[in-house]
Structure formats: C-alpha cells, structure tokens
Write a protein that binds this ligand. Structure first.
Ligand SMILES: [Zn+2]
Length: 97
C-alpha cells in the first residue's frame, strides 16, 4: 500500500479541478457581456454582466462599469445598443445534465 503525502494529494486534486474547469464553456448559456435582466415575475432588474473568459457573472443590477480581465467594460448607453441587448429572465436553476 502506497501512502501519498497531503501535498501530492492536493496537487493531484488541483490538476483535476483545472482540467474540469477548462472543459466548462458557459453551461448556463448566459449572454456574453452586458444584458438586460428581468426577474421571474417580469420586474426590471437592471443590467446583468457575464464574461466567458474570467467567468465573472453579475446576475442583476450590475454597475455601468465592470472591472475584469485587467480591463473595464462600460455598459452601452446608446438606445440602439440597448435595444439590441439580449434579455435574460431569471428563473429556477435547471441542470442540463
Ligand atoms: Zn473577464
């Protein structure tokens, strides 16, 4: 019977988590960037934000400037850009697996 040190166990576990994380690409199918958000009841919940690179997700009422990926994303202010924004309706969590 071989005995592994806790360091080896940890590095093995961390490698497995890293490998799993690299396979994850937006499983909840969130709109990328700023998007409009309404609650389950249809109430306005401001803007949401999601970055597929760093996985930062602000579910609702996001600020107009979001710092992530060593940059600042600014919410579009033009009416046309707002019109084109996707709307995410908050709902119950449903696993796709
Ligand atoms: Zn990011």
């Amino acid at each position: 019977m071989s005995v592994e040190t806790i360091d080896k166990q940890y590095s093995k576990l961390a490698a497995e988590v890293d490998a799993f994380n690299t396979t994850q690409t937006n499983p909840a199918n969130l709109p990328i960037g700023f998007h409009k958000v309404v609650t389950l009841r249809g109430e306005d919940a401001g803007l949401g934000f999601y970055c597929d690179a760093c996985k930062l997700h602000i579910v609702a009422n996001a600020p107009s400037e979001v710092r992530h990926c060593r940059q600042v994303s600014v919410a579009p202010t033009g009416w046309l850009a707002r019109l084109r924004m996707k709307t995410r309706r908050l709902g119950y969590f449903r696993s796709r697996i």
